[in-house]
Design a protein around this ligand. Structure first.
Ligand SMILES: [Zn+2]
Length: 123
């Protein structure tokens, strides 16, 4: 006999979805630039900054995210992007070097050709 109860007291980890523009601004559910506020004394994280709907409290779209979470995700994204662009730059460098190599090989060939022509003429 089991006294195990299937209570759902385990809180699921919420995945927050938010939009960040190319300008680095965070957008609320209204597609408006979210504004930062500082958590008040009622919050367990008093003094921490968070992004909220700019129309709060009149037309609050319930958008809410801690600034730290955004910063953390944003910096991760930046690192990823930085690596990707670095990778791309290296790939381009390799491609350029390959072209250079081909050009040098061609030049080498034509120089050898000229040299052999020169030798023939000298004879
Ligand atoms: Zn909003």
């Amino acid at each position: 006999m089991s006294s195990y109860s299937s209570s759902s007291s385990v809180r699921k980890k919420q995945i927050r979805i938010f939009k960040v523009g190319v300008d680095g601004n965070v957008y609320c559910n209204h597609d408006m630039v979210a504004i930062t506020r500082v958590a008040g004394s009622r919050s367990t994280r008093q003094g921490h900054e968070f992004y909220g709907c700019p129309l709060w409290p009149r037309l609050d779209c319930k958008f809410f995210i801690w600034k730290e979470e955004v910063d953390a995700m944003f910096s991760d994204g930046c690192n990823q992007k930085l690596l990707e662009s670095k990778n791309k730059a290296l790939e381009m460098k390799i491609a350029n070097l390959k072209v250079k190599k081909t050009m040098l090989e061609e030049e080498n060939k034509s120089l050898k050709q000229r040299l052999s022509n020169f030798d023939q003429n000298a004879n």
